[in-house]
Write a protein that binds this ligand. Sequence first.
Ligand code: C2E
Ligand code: MG
Ligand code: MG
Length: 728
Amino acid sequence: MADTVAVWTVMAQCIAAGLVAGLCVLHTVWRGDDPANEHSRWTLIWSMALAAVFFCDALALASRGSSWHDPFTVLASVALAVALVLALPVARSYADGPPFRTYLVLASAGFAVHVGLLVAGAVTARAEPRTTALETTGGVISFLVPAAVVGLYLAVSLRRTPSQRTRQALVGAASLSVVLLGASYLAPSETVRTALTSAWLVPLIIALEILALRRIRYGQHLAEQQRSMRDAQARVSNLAWYVRDPQALLRRAEEEARALLGDPTIRGTIRTLSRGRFVTDLSPYPLVRTDPGDRKLLVALANIVSAAAERQALADRLSRAAFSDALTGLPNRNAIDEHLVSALERGSVERSRVALLYADLDGFKRANDQYGHAWGDRILALAAAHLRRTVGDDAFVARLGGDEFIIVVERAGDDEELVRLAHRIRTEFQRTSQARPIPRISVGITATVPSDTVDAEALTRCADIAMLEAKRVKAGVMLFDKRLEDQVAAENRLHREINAAVQEEQFCVHFQPIVDTVTLAVLGLEALARWEFGGELREPKEWLDYAETSGLIVAIGNMTFRKAFAATERFDLPVAINLSARQLAEPSLIGDLTAAWGTRDWSLLTVEITEGALLQDEQQAVSVLGRLRGRGARIALDDFGTGYNSLARLATLPIDILKIDQSFVRDMASPAGLAVLRAIVTLAGAHDLEVVAEGIERVSELEGLVSLGVRRAQGNMLGRPAAALPVR
Ligand code: C2E
Ligand code: MG
Ligand code: MG
């Protein structure tokens, strides 16, 4: 009977060891998802230790070791001691038990004594194979005491286990194990004792493994849920870049939260705080306490929606700022470009006309300086409102910048209709406000021909040209027509030609003599630039404006200085050169002039500048002229009388000579004109300025000047500009 029990007990032990080892393998595979799980790690270690216990027990039984001193029994006891000590960290990880160091030390010490006794017994058993009752009692006590320490720790830990079911399962299983263990010591027969000794741990192991596996499944479920939550957040985050409407994004976040948490009552609200801030709330309705993990998801989704709403609001603000003008609230230059391109596209698809009106306030810049910027801002706002009102809702009104406005009319009517609209814009502006002064508006109009393809830039340029022409001829309204188109084409041609002419040095100098009005002796020469083009000469009036605005006059000037000064040496006469405002502003002017003049006597050089040039950047002009004067050159004020300044003021500037414009010479025929000329000559004398009269064409003019005491004059009658020294 004993043998039979031993055999099936050994088999049962081996099967249990195998089962537990199998569970360990399963455990390892499942916990692969969650390697950081503390419970599963300790359960695995402990399960392996228990498998070892079963295995060692089986070995002990198989070797028929019923004595305490049998080596395999000692090994089984050591395995059991180790398993029990390992129960401490297992319990801590399961039940959040208290620190177990003291228990560990006590239990380890007790088991060490137990194992020591067993080993000592095994050694003495060689001589005396019988086990005494004292030895048996010592062995039992040395095992039960540390086991009780472990049991105590387990009991303390179990009380702290949060889950009721876990606690009940562990208490039940542990109680059963303890009962079996106690029963094994009280068993009446050796066979039953052996069977109970091998089986007492089984309930506890089964309970722990079930719990461990449940924990692992739960951990996997949690990991899965967290992954789904992360995926849901990522989906809403991605969507936030495409969905521009925060409400639509909120609906999507609601759907994700409902699907994930299985709660169809979840609702979202979004509220605006001050300064573009938003607050979003996602929660079940009516409000109930939610699991912290679920709450975290709801908060994360709500934050995504709030951030997207704020980003969208910021983008809207920036785009409004980028596309609208802060002062007038009208669309700005960026918006015009966009609108015009799409309007032209629509026009070409519909084969309809697109008209562009370019409106500009007359004399605004000067008035703005005169009346102050507050006045200027008010006028611009008035003009914007007036344009909006006059053109109606169908047309697009925008501020191009400064005092320039653009009106785009799609499906525009005929030219007469557009001109009528422009006249209404011009005339009705005066009546918009009592505020005075109110500048007038000049309007340039252009419209596409449905069959033509025209780009936005070209259309704006045409309307601008028409507006400038309207100002120039003081018509107020001007349509960009064939005549203006030809004019623009001619200008473009001229611009191309003059650029090439500068490259090829096609500029030369003609000289006009400055003559003594009494003796008619040539006193000096004025160098005048000429452009040799295709065998003919082009005079400055044809190209000077463009040369100045484009800056080409600097290169042309340098060319003419050199040629003029070389010729002066040939003629052995003083020379006068002309400088424009653009040249005066050029930092290299003095250097260029000095290089061209060389070592000649500076008193032989006169520099002529017009009033306009002198007054454009007065400080800079005065400084440059002062330096030239310092070297000995003389400064002449050219075309005097065509500007706005009084002679008294001009006399404070660094000038030596006054060149009276030919219009005054012409007017000398009338008594009033003569009186004006006399006054100028007298004033010039009073300021110690030398006078030169320009444009003498008649003998009577020369005689008149002589009688007024003007000693120097210039004019076609006295000598036309020519390449060589004119013959008197
Ligand atoms: P400006 O300095 O007043 O030159 C006198 C202009 O009057 C010259 O015109 C000359 O040809 C013209 N003129 C001379 N006598 C008579 C006359 O009896 N009757 C009439 N109707 N006109 C007469 P031009 O050469 O066409 O020069 C025009 C202006 O261009 C010059 O006026 C001067 O301001 C400017 N200019 C000429 N050459 C240069 C130059 O090299 N550089 C710069 N910056 N300006 C120049
Ligand atoms: Mg001149
Ligand atoms: Mg002149």
